[in-house]
Design a protein around this ligand. Structure first.
Ligand code: GRF
Length: 202
């Protein structure tokens, strides 16, 4: 059984998709938030999942917060840490500690549109497609090895809100699949590429 710890800051709809996928061989060991009011925390509690809240505002430095967060996470002996709308920039000490066992989902087709406001920026640049990316996290923001991506069309009538809704829908498909591929041991990292070993053999 692989232990998974999920970090959230808000609704946690990606966390819900991962929990609801009932991934074979995976156990959701805990859901941790930096926001007490995160809706996803209430949802996880209701499901009987262990939860914890660690407010970053209680810490004077980013390093101090990350170090306590690591201790909280490591109590659960995680095989994989999943960032699901966790709105914090993480220190290299944190990202190095979880090297190749820390995943994130980003609402753009990386390497385009790292950072915030991805949907409005894609529309403003005249892109005809947008999408989502699941990647391993490195110390460089939104830049780690890409595990999965899926595109959606940007239609003339789309605005940032309608595009965000379309992208979120595909996030809920590709993130549980990427976690399942990790759990089954199918992912092999080679530099910035992530190969799906099982797919190659089937
Ligand atoms: C998602 O769009 C994700 O890509 C981004 O933050 C949002 C989180 O949504 N990192 P939710 O909390 O999973 O509903």
């Amino acid at each position: 059984m692989k232990n998974i710890v999920i970090l959230i800051s808000g609704t946690g709809s990606n966390m819900q998709a991962i929990v609801n996928a009932n991934i074979e061989g995976a156990r959701i060991a805990a859901v941790i938030s930096n926001q007490e009011t995160a809706k996803g925390i209430a949802w996880a509690k209701e499901k009987g999942i262990k939860t914890a809240v660690l407010n970053h505002q209680d810490f004077v430095s980013r390093e101090g917060f990350d170090s306590v967060l690591m201790k909280e996470i490591d109590q659960h002996q995680p095989d994989l840490v999943v960032l699901a709308g966790f709105m914090r920039i993480l220190t290299p000490a944190f990202t190095n500690h979880y090297e190749e066992r820390l995943m994130n989902i980003h609402p753009s087709l990386l390497p385009s549109f790292t950072g915030l406001h991805t949907h409005q920026r894609a529309i403003d640049m005249g892109c005809k497609i947008a999408g989502a990316t699941v990647h391993f996290v490195t110390s460089e923001l939104d830049h780690g090895p890409i595990i999965a991506q899926q595109a959606v069309a940007i239609e003339d009538q789309d605005d940032a809100e309608t595009l965000a809704a379309k992208v979120l829908k595909i996030e809920h498909q590709i993130y549980p699949k990427a976690v399942a591929d990790f759990v089954s041991g199918s992912l092999k990292v080679e530099g910035l590429r992530v190969l799906n070993v099982q797919k190659a053999h089937s």
